[in-house]
Design a protein around this ligand. Structure first.
Ligand code: 13P
Ligand code: SF4
Length: 448
């Protein structure tokens, strides 16, 4: 898909509710809490470096989420990039990109701001981008305009001589940080003690670990080491079917909502999907619940998608007759139930592109994508379900100033912000990633 540049400054319409505040660094086991209220700010769009110096996710929909320790932080950005005008940055990025030619490929996630998407050679969802790097064998460097777990995945799937760069190291994912290796290992040991390790007479193991792509390389490695697999929002059902052919239960992390929405669409009752909360003794799951479980759901969530509510859907239906409500599977089950369609970012993009002119869509996903879709499809009416449109505060960390900085360094032969994964981890993580890549993703599949 060709990149699309939009003139609309994508945060202009965001309602300012509260000044940004920096969060204090938490401990290694995040205390999980309920979704934040409607706190949102446009400050991050202008100058993310003001927030990157302190640990915290900054303003935006994930601002109240607990921080992982030690969370990657972006060291200082030189003043010449912080102070450059948008026009100057545009010229510098284009010039560096031309000079680097085929040695460079820029990947952009759908949630990136338009000021970044315009420079991307590939735009897509996390699954498409994981594969995109493989299609440019001549590229020496992959600049990943997305978040940390995506760049890590590209680093593990690309050739060893290719370099992967994340323009701003503070571009993490608060949901990915809700499961860490210690907590998952602890959970696994408790489950193993309770359920044993051996296969049953049908050859199925007691538990298969399945991690959402939104997770650290070490958790992907955990899955590879324990006969598990990675999934994305575009192939979660196919992956769960694969897992159930090999195991009696699935431990699904970190996003409880993707796990629940997908498993329920497969006919698994809620009573067989207990939630494992790592901050509670025994995960808050009784031995009986664990034995009866088909899917153990990790207590993680995406604060961006937790903002969407059934009341917003009802309001959209009152306002527009014939509106189609389409949401991402990271939304709650109640929202998915009330919606007309559910699927990955790519599913949403394709559903809107395929609709007859004059369609009306209320979309429950990150605002940059919704605004871009509205601009690309003037034949439709497209709006965000949430009127206080909070961006993903970590996706917003990628600003043209950081992109210009890393590209100009590349021209000088310097690879700033290189993302690497130790080979001992990558070897195991690739097992879980390759298991996923071998499963043909059901094209444009929704989660329910
Ligand atoms: P996709 O897998 O649909 O790209 O979504 C990634 C993500 O971070 C959604 O919040
Ligand atoms: Fe993570 Fe949510 Fe942002 Fe996606 S939208 S990168 S899940 S915080």
């Amino acid at each position: 898909m060709p990149p699309v540049a939009l003139s609309d400054s994508s945060l202009q319409l965001i309602q300012l509710e509260e000044q940004p505040k920096n969060r204090q660094q938490g401990n290694s086991r995040p205390a999980l809490r309920s979704a934040p209220s409607s706190t949102c700010s446009s400050a991050l769009a202008e100058a993310p470096w003001l927030f990157d110096a302190e640990p915290g996710y900054g303003p935006g929909a994930s601002m109240d989420d607990p921080m992982r320790f030690p969370a990657p932080r972006q060291p200082g950005l030189p003043a010449e990039y912080r102070n450059a005008s948008a026009e100057e940055l545009d010229q510098r990025i284009r010039r560096a990109k031309r000079a680097l030619g085929e040695r460079l490929v820029i990947l952009g996630h759908y949630y990136q701001r338009d000021e970044i998407v315009q420079y991307a050679d590939f735009i897509g969802d996390s699954f498409q981008l994981a594969k995109a790097a493989l299609t440019r064998p001549r590229a020496e460097t992959i600049v990943f305009c997305g978040v940390h777990f995506m760049a890590e995945t590209a680093a593990m799937l690309s050739r060893p001589d290719q370099t992967v760069i994340l323009p701003n190291l503070a571009a993490g994912c608060s949901m990915a940080d809700m499961a860490d290796l210690d907590a998952v290992t602890d959970c696994w040991e408790q489950l193993t003690e309770l359920l044993g390790e051996g296969a049953d007479e049908a050859g199925r193991l007691p538990v298969i670990p399945v991690t959402y792509m939104n997770s650290s390389a070490s958790l992907k490695a955990f899955c590879g080491e324990h006969g598990g697999v990675v999934c994305t929002s575009s192939n979660a059902r196919t992956v769960l079917e694969w897992a159930f052919a090999r195991g009696r239960r699935v431990l699904f992390f970190p996003d409880q909502h993707l796990g629940r929405n997908t498993a329920r669409a497969m006919g698994i009752p809620l009573s067989q999907m207990p939630v494992w909360n790592p901050s509670l003794p025994g995960g808050g799951v009784t031995a009986e619940e664990a034995r009866e479980a088909r899917v153990l759901l990790w207590h993680g969530y995406c604060s961006v998608h937790m903002r969407f509510t059934v009341e917003q859907i009802a309001a959209a239906r009152r306002r527009y007759s014939g509106v189609q409500v389409i949401v991402h599977p990271e939304c709650t089950m109640a929202v998915v139930d009330a919606a007309d369609g559910v699927g990955s970012t790519d599913f949403i993009v394709n559903a809107i592109a395929a609709a007859p002119a004059g369609s009306i869509f209320a979309v429950g996903t990150e605002i940059n994508l919704v605004r871009r879709l509205a601009a690309q499809h003037p034949q439709h009416t497209i709006f965000c379900l949430d009127s206080i449109v909070c961006p993903c505060s970590t996706m917003y960390r990628i600003h043209p100033s950081y992109l210009a900085w890393v590209l100009e360094a590349l021209e000088r032969g310097e690879a700033l912000n290189r993302i690497t994964v130790p080979e001992t981890t990558a070897v195991k993580a690739r097992l879980a990633l390759e298991a996923m890549l071998e499963l043909a993703p059901k094209a444009r599949q929704g989660a329910a």
